[in-house]
Design a protein around this ligand. Structure first.
Ligand code: XMP
Length: 511
């Protein structure tokens, strides 16, 4: 057990998440928690979080010196770092310049246990007015920045570590490494805590929050909403209703696969409503070629259908969403960046459903944790490790007008492509791969006959964060096999292209 002592900072949950990411169990407690209680819990480490106050002000949150004398490793972050210095005899003052945002930190003590394997200069997230102007006796400075003489300090003998920046925030590039170093190298935690505890706790929390209420969830068949459905189903059974809209733009057989898992024949206890809206979508999309217009129609139609279903159900107490932490981060930071493509499933609260409260069981989880939770819940691996699939589905993989015929072509070609990638054992190594239908027809010859058919583009990219990507190098034999199979097996295709474009300048999807 590692204890996170909360001093009111905005990233407190995140600190805990980061620790758990190291497979170390961790709980958050208020800074007001009594020292005896802390001793009784016998933690292997204590992390003091950031907070909005100035530690030298008389009424600011603080903790007695005793905390640092227990022989338990302590890591102070931001306010926690300042407080540690202040309480132990250092000095904290208001700085002339506020340090805020991504900042280059220079590591001075390369053999510090918390900076093991960290680059000499590393990008970190800073957010502070006050700074440590004098370190406490027994401490040494272990990192600095251009504006901040003490970006980190430590008293290794006493196992006390102070870090002015926020290693828990994603923007601190090597932050996870630092936290991992603290819990493993300094606290000597084994790192064998598993996801089952999260699942168990979350189920209990959902039960408590929901009581006898009803919950409505839009299930897309993607990883996040599926894991949310699994958790909610385990917690409240038939009090949960999932609405799954099959817009006819899913991958081959995907609608039936979702139904097999969550429908009446599946393993989960819940109300499952499948809306077969294929025709409705194809009608709406007829003649529409402009990509943003297509996306808009697909998004709006989804809202309309969901609204119709919600009306049939009546007032529900809760609307559940499969929001995960990166969605939260992205929507918080999206203000400045231009809209390249409108991601309709990340955004504000839907105001068209009559509900009282929102419930987001995955809000603090990262993708890999969501996957672990999914496995824990017994969701099939195929679903849990499924690659990202855009909300507007094949609508953005068919260039130009969407028709039922084009959907069939791209579904069949994509199914073959995915099958061959799996056969070649490449499915786990490539970030995302799919077939798209170009809007181009060209002349070919097949069995002595002239053809005038579509060209299919194969896309495969490697990427860390989906913000940038490189085309994957797929062995020529594999591409060749896909080419011949698609042309032979999929009516309406006579040419195959492989897309070599990286992102930028391309995007991963075609529209
Ligand atoms: P792009 O095409 O923008 O795609 O390079 C980056 C990643 O986002 C996925 N994507 C979407 N996901 N709704 C989603 O949920 C969308 O509207 C959407 N558009 C693109 C895409 O599959 C890739 O993983």
């Amino acid at each position: 057990l590692v204890i996170v002592l909360d001093f009111g900072g905005q990233y407190n949950q995140l600190v805990a998440r980061r620790v758990r990411e190291c497979n170390v169990y961790c709980e958050i407690y208020s800074y007001k928690t009594d020292i005896e209680k802390i001793k009784a819990m016998n933690p292997k480490g204590i992390i003091l979080t950031g907070g909005p106050n100035s530690c030298y002000e008389p009424d600011s949150p603080t903790y007695s010196e005793e905390l640092f004398k227990l022989g338990i490793p302590v890591l102070g972050l931001c306010y926690g770092a300042q407080l540690m210095s202040h309480v132990l005899g250092g000095k904290v003052e208001r700085a002339d310049v506020r340090e805020y945002g991504k900042t280059e930190v220079i590591i001075d003590k390369k053999d510090s246990k918390v900076f093991e394997g960290v680059s000499e200069t590393t990008t970190c997230w800073m957010s502070h007015f006050d700074y440590i102007s004098k370190i406490a006796p027994g401490f040494e400075i272990t990192a600095h920045t251009a504006d901040c003489p003490v970006a980190a300090a430590e008293n290794a003998a006493e196992k006390l570590y102070a870090i002015q920046f926020h290693p828990e925030v994603l923007h601190t590039v090597e932050g996870t490494k630092m936290i991992n170093n603290f819990v493993k190298n300094v606290c000597e935690c084994a790192g064998d805590w598993k996801m089952d505890a999260f699942v168990e706790n979350t189920i209990a929390e959902i039960r408590e929050k929901v009581g006898n209420g009803r919950v409505l969830l839009a299930l897309s068949g993607g990883v996040d909403s599926s894991v949310a459905a699994g958790l909610l189903s385990k917690a409240i059974g038939k009090q949960l209703t999932c609405v799954f809209v099959d817009h006819g733009l899913l991958r081959k057989n995907e609608g039936d696969e979702v139904e097999a898992i969550f429908g009446p024949e599946g393993q989960f206890d819940l109300n499952f409503i499948r809306v077969n809206a294929q025709e409705r979508y194809y009608n709406k999309l007829a003649g529409v070629t402009e990509p943003e217009a297509k996306r808009k129609i697909i998004g709006e139609e989804f809202i309309r259908i969901f609204e119709e279903e919600a009306k049939k159900i009546g007032t529900v107490e809760f609307l559940a969403q499969g929001t995960i932490y990166p969605d939260v981060v992205e929507s918080g930071l999206g203000g400045e960046s231009a809209v390249i493509k409108s991601h309709h499933n990340v955004g504000g609260l839907p105001d068209f459903v009559d509900f009282k409260e929102i419930i987001e069981p995955l809000r603090d989880l990262f993708k890999d944790e969501v996957r672990k939770a999914g496995l824990e819940l017994g969701l099939p691996e195929r679903l849990v490790f499924r690659q990202p699939f855009p909300g507007p589905g094949l609508g953005v993989r068919i260039i130009g007008e969407v028709t039922a015929e084009k959907v069939r072509i791209v579904q069949d070609a994509d199914a073959i492509y995915r099958e061959e990638i799996e056969n070649a054992g490449l499915d786990k190594t490539i970030g995302q791969y799919f077939a798209a239908l170009t809007n181009m027809r060209s002349v070919g010859v097949m069995g002595d006959e002239r053809t005038y058919d579509y060209a299919v583009a194969l896309r495969a990219v490697n990427t860390v964060d989906f913000m940038t990507a490189e085309a994957a190098e797929i062995p020529y034999e594999v591409l060749n096999k896909v080419m011949s199979r698609v042309i032979n097996e999929v009516r309406g295709v006579n040419r195959i292209f492989y897309d070599l474009t990286s992102k930028p300048p391309g995007t991963i999807e075609f529209e």
